[in-house]
Ligand binder design. Structure first.
Ligand code: 6CS
Ligand code: FE
Length: 299
């Protein structure tokens, strides 16, 4: 019987347990462009805002590429184009690092790689990428969740040894549905109620119902850590831990809130069988380590 460090789902209510993994795995000095204080902030809060991580020129190319992908959505892998729950507007485009050379280059950015490989203390690979378009007037919300809870239950991610980088392709402000985070919630694993339906991803990417903690859990953790909604100009990036609770409200403004997300998983944290007992989700959502990763490296 496989030992499950983070049992979730198949229960009536949300239950808590303490995180059993480090947040920052390396004890060495961080890469030069990041200070030790910033790494300590990430360790404490589970989130770090990096202003101007990408240049205006890099962002302009990425925005033009996003427009091209949206215009040519019919040429993309069909399952990777997810539409809004209440309209035909595009909500997300997944696997952009495999469908676009420009987004592939962004994912290979040397500063990004140095930073995430420092935090995870291992080589990394892109387990998932997506552009969340959150279109003007029509961008629906993303319910409260921990990405790791889904990736553990439905993709078989064994340990909390992955991080996400959200890069602003448009202005993120308090108006247009910025991602809200519960700082410090990454140190608590909230096991969620409910049973994972077959092919859950076919609905969860439009409206997540399973893997959503109860309001009491969000209230309690927000009382402790508060709420933040980083804002900034295009090129700003937000690095956040795989287990940090986050959500975003709907976008009613005339301005889209388009961000590209790259999920970096440690090679030693290769995906196993889903811990909720279901069948693995498709590769466009959860890329398994190419050529198989090394076995789990001691912390
Ligand atoms: O299921 C997933 O993998 C996706 N769902 C959400 C709400 N965030 C992480 C990821 O994009
Ligand atoms: Fe998420």
């Amino acid at each position: 019987m496989r030992h499950d460090l983070y049992p979730t789902r198949r229960r009536a209510n949300s239950t808590y347990q303490a995180r059993r993994d480090p947040v920052v795995w390396s004890t060495a000095a961080p890469p030069g462009f990041v200070s030790s204080e910033e790494i300590e902030t990430f360790d404490r809060d589970g989130v770090l805002v990096l202003d101007n991580l990408f240049t205006d020129q890099e962002i302009e190319r990425a925005v033009a590429e996003l427009d091209r992908l949206r215009d040519q959505a019919d040429r993309l892998e069909p399952e990777t184009v997810v539409r809004e729950p209440h309209s035909d507007a595009i909500r997300s485009i997944f696997r952009v690092h495999r469908q676009s050379r420009i987004f592939a280059e962004m994912a290979r950015n040397p500063r990004v790689r140095q930073l995430v490989e420092h935090i995870l203390d291992d080589e990394v690979y892109v387990m998932q990428s997506r552009v969340n378009v959150k279109p003007a007037f029509d961008g629906a919300c993303f319910d409260w969740h921990s990405d790791f809870e889904t990736w553990h239950a439905e993709d078989g991610m064994p340990r909390m040894r992955a991080v996400s980088l959200s890069v602003f392709l448009s202005e993120n402000s308090y108006l247009n549905g910025p991602t809200m985070f519960v700082p410090r919630s990454h140190r608590t694993f909230v096991a969620c109620p409910g049973e994972t339906p077959d092919d859950n991803y076919k609905t969860s990417l439009r409206r997540q119902e399973i893997g959503v903690p109860g309001n009491e859990a969000i209230s309690e953790l927000a009382e402790k850590g508060g709420l933040i909604a980083p804002s900034g100009r295009p090129g700003t990036a937000v690095l956040f831990d795989c287990n940090l609770l986050h959500a975003s409200a709907m976008n009613m403004t005339p301005w889209p809130r388009s961000n590209v997300f790259f999920v970096f998983n440690a090679v030693c944290n290769e995906l196993e069988r889903p811990f909720d007992g279901g069948k693995p989700r498709p590769e466009f959502l959860a890329e398994r380590v190419p050529g198989g990763g090394r076995r789990y490296k001691a912390a």
